[in-house]
Design a protein around this ligand. Sequence first.
Ligand code: GCW
Length: 691
Amino acid sequence: MKKLFLAVLMLGPAVGLRAEDGHQLWLRPHVSVPVTVVLPARTSALLATARQELQQGWQGPAGATITLSLKKDKAIKYDGFRLSAQGVQASTERGLLYGVFELLRRQQIGQAPEAGLSNPSYEHRLLNHWDNPDGSVERGYAGKSIFWRKDSALVVTRRDQTLWQQYARANASVGINGSVLNNVNASPVILSAGYLGRVKAIADALRPYGVKTYLSVKFSSPVLLGGLKTADPLDPAVVKWWQGKVKEIYQQVPDFGGFLVKASSEGQPGPQDYGRTHADGANMLADAVRPYGGLVMWRAFVYSPSDKDRAKQAYNEFVPLDGKFRDNVIIQVKNGPVDFQPREPFSPLFGALKKTAVMPEFQITQEYLGHAIDLAYLAPMWEECLQSDTYQAGPGSTVARCTNGSVYRQAHSAMAGVSNVGLDRNWTGHDFAQANWYAFGRLAWNSSAKSAQIAEEWLKLTFQNAADATPAAEAEWNAKFLTPVAQLMLASREAIVDYSMPLGLHHIMSATYHHYGPGPWWAPSGMRADWTPPYYHQAAANGVGFDRTRTGSDAVSQYHEPLASQLNDPATCPDEYLLWFHHLPWTFRMKSGRTLWDELALHYDHGVQQVRQFQRTWDRAQPYVDAERFAAVQNKLRTQSGNAVMWKDACLLYFQQFSRLPIPAAVEPPMHTLEALIKYDTPAPRPARQP
Ligand code: GCW
């Protein structure tokens, strides 16, 4: 008893706040006010959801009447909506639901219920789950899959259904309208009758929230599952097999969204195995789903060890195919040309494919940004990509505009995010990783939204309490919690870039399967060069960085002018991309006047100092956060802080072997030895892939 008393005392001011485990996300329940809801004269599960949300979340005038009306209106695009004092107007039921969530969000964060139109930037706003049928999640850091578990194909429990429904509701609240339920490294079993039964159960749970179901498919499924001799997309038996399979799927899920395909990529089978092109493969599947209104999202994540510069390959393979894809195919392109690194320039495919729909793929799960250990708010990274100017159709042809239908005519537009959701009680492992799920939805809805605004919204929804609502308490909460913690979030991704891969360095993480922590040295003998960090940093006595200039791999020429020339010249190439495009001497004079070596060292050090600053900010936020979430984030920041030092020490000591220059006096001296760090990074066994 005494012990408990002491513990309570030590918890300090936060003791008054109800413990929270994060399961409610940004949708924490609050006392609602009575409201009358008038619905269109038809019944549907989606309309019932909209009414229920209004009734359980209304915080406006007591006894108000809110009308949800379905009306065609040329100004309303896709699932957009119009808000007014009377209620919500939309041309789809989904639009009504999104309008309801917007209304409730505004009430909760104390924003005036602004009247007006809100249209989504993209037609399809999708989460991609890299979940395997055995329940594991590739690059998942929040526990096992919410959809699959070993031997679970046919058993759907009440718990499953509740979770799927909560998941769908969270998606709907930020406008996400589709989920790909399984890994792009797809197992053929997902298309077997047993699994399709479970897909139907999931689709039934997601539908009332307007979330469509999609599947990733393995290109060789006709062989592996269907017993055919080939998966050649031009073989009539293969075409017929897919047609039959598609029919079977639509019998179970009449509003099935379509397929996501990783083919002829990283060992996955594909049309190239049969001497066919990506277009042949994609079009065959597109024709199969077309009668049902389905889509094919075909990934452009392709590279092979034969290419001298991995960053060039997707462009080289896909640009010649421009215009050859059916209009229900969308080419899904990762934000950068290599692979979700902490910072990459935008992929040159954006804007270069002019007669083919292209959709950006972002990674919400933090494969290269610290898993569920490091605090990384990713909206600034996505905003940076979406707002990059490709110049492909003149100045202002940003990545966002080249993909959302503003620049090129395209039948469909979409944006995908690789989900960070798992069975962990708080869904995403790190309480702040929830912000990335939230931000992805908000940016897919409005590709011009600002990271700062999204962070503030999310913080208010996720951490503010009714007790903070009096004017004095709110002013204090804003000054002592909201402002500093929002700043922390906004600086968090850059801090990771600084302590891991500053100035355009990339892919120098530990390349053992986990991808966490430093590994600039990692190059076991016999390993494919393009899977090892030295291939990317090229550190040597004469300097560091990958030469992608016109005299190097010439990747710069995949960008449109004036960008190509700007990137090609180290004097005009932005510092953030310098070592992505240039191999430069250690003593190269930077724009700051410092040498490259000193600048590099200062960036590493700054990253470390930043994380320590985050720790102090969070410690001061303690009075405003419930004890459970406070301690969870505090512990993670402590681990991150130690790991940031490892990154800095590892990279500086490793690169110093080549630069042979002293670590600047302003930089904290290393506390580890290079030998110890290399030993620490012992390869973990690579888990077996799905068949
Ligand atoms: O980043 C790499 C990951 C793989 C992933 C692949 C991809 C699903 O390390 O785990 O596989 O990208 O995007 O296909």
